[in-house]
Design a protein around this ligand. Sequence first.
Ligand SMILES: NC(=O)c1ccc[n+]([C@@H]2O[C@H](COP(=O)([O-])OP(=O)(O)OC[C@H]3O[C@@H](n4cnc5c(N)ncnc54)[C@H](O)[C@@H]3O)[C@@H](O)[C@H]2O)c1
Length: 348
Amino acid sequence: MGKKIVVMEDFTVRGTDNMKAFDILAEKYGAQVKHIQVEKDITDEKAFASMFLNMEKNGPDVLPEEDELLQEIQDANIVISHISPISTKAIHSARNLEAVCIMRSGIENVNADSCRERGIKIINAPGRLAVPVSEFTVGLIISEMKNIARSHQRMQAHNFDNHFPNAQYSVNLKGKNVGLVGCGMVGSRVARIMKAFEANVLIYDPYLPAEKIAADGYRPVSLEELCAQSDVISIHFRLTPETKGMIGPAQFALMKPNCVLINTARAGLVDEAAMMDALKNHKIAGAGLDVFHEEPLTDSNPLLSMDNVTITNHMAGHCADIFQMTLDIMLGALEHYFETGEWIHVVN
Ligand SMILES: NC(=O)c1ccc[n+]([C@@H]2O[C@H](COP(=O)([O-])OP(=O)(O)OC[C@H]3O[C@@H](n4cnc5c(N)ncnc54)[C@H](O)[C@@H]3O)[C@@H](O)[C@H]2O)c1
């Protein structure tokens, strides 16, 4: 008898062709799939946010559970859910459950403690935003260096002047030094794309062995070396108490006047005063920013009127095909499990 997979089709994914991918995979490995059509619908954005916040704070048991889940989970081996709660009661009524797979990065809709007690693995879909954020980062680099957003802004104001203050720094990526602060899910994709542009990729990442960075064809450097040598610096670190303000006055002091700073990670990684000083006083050429110390920006924020920044509204992760990205990661994990018997992307 093959494995039984229960797929919760909640209102975010219900009835889409995407969900058929699980049946195709199951057929390949002699498994069976039971789709549960979750009735509950939340169309209002505010109601969704408050439901999600409630679940984030108080766990999956605060939301009503599906009777069909309680029934179907009893002999299931794998349960897959997007945002539908997999309650503690459901976990406890399962006899053969090996894994709960959540098609997001966060796992708020499953109780980690009860899974641990029962030896059930929780699988997530890490790095699902890596594709959109890395592509967006490259867009910001090029837009800032080549005045794309500024030209658009001028033309829509019927100003056809195509000369910009950064003319001497408006160059090509080919042959330039692109320094990446962090080479995780997003940074490593940006690195590969920059290599295709024939840029020299410098990487500062103390979490990765220098040999691995070099073997991938990049130059492992210290943060100081990266700041001093890069024509473009793009930040892809995680924000933690240790990394807060890591790009501060000392790092800006090392940067070249033609340097373009890109931040699609988190604003707190950069010291705001030092960055504003560098931009206002043209100590660096410009910045492309998707994240800010205050979001949304208030009317008095100087970034709204500066001519050496390209700013976007914390949208690097937005894309219409995000669910497909998630599905690809989850199908990869399931395929790996059916081939090897081992789970990847285990969170607990
Ligand atoms: N603008 C957006 O809409 C958006 C969307 C998604 C992610 N992000 C941000 O992009 C950044 C990169 O995301 P990612 O998915 O590549 O992250 P990742 O975890 O794969 O890599 C992050 C990097 O952070 C560094 N790091 C610093 N402290 C660390 C620690 N304590 N543990 C592990 N790594 C640590 C490492 O160099 C690591 O390579 C993050 O700051 C994330 O919040 C932004």
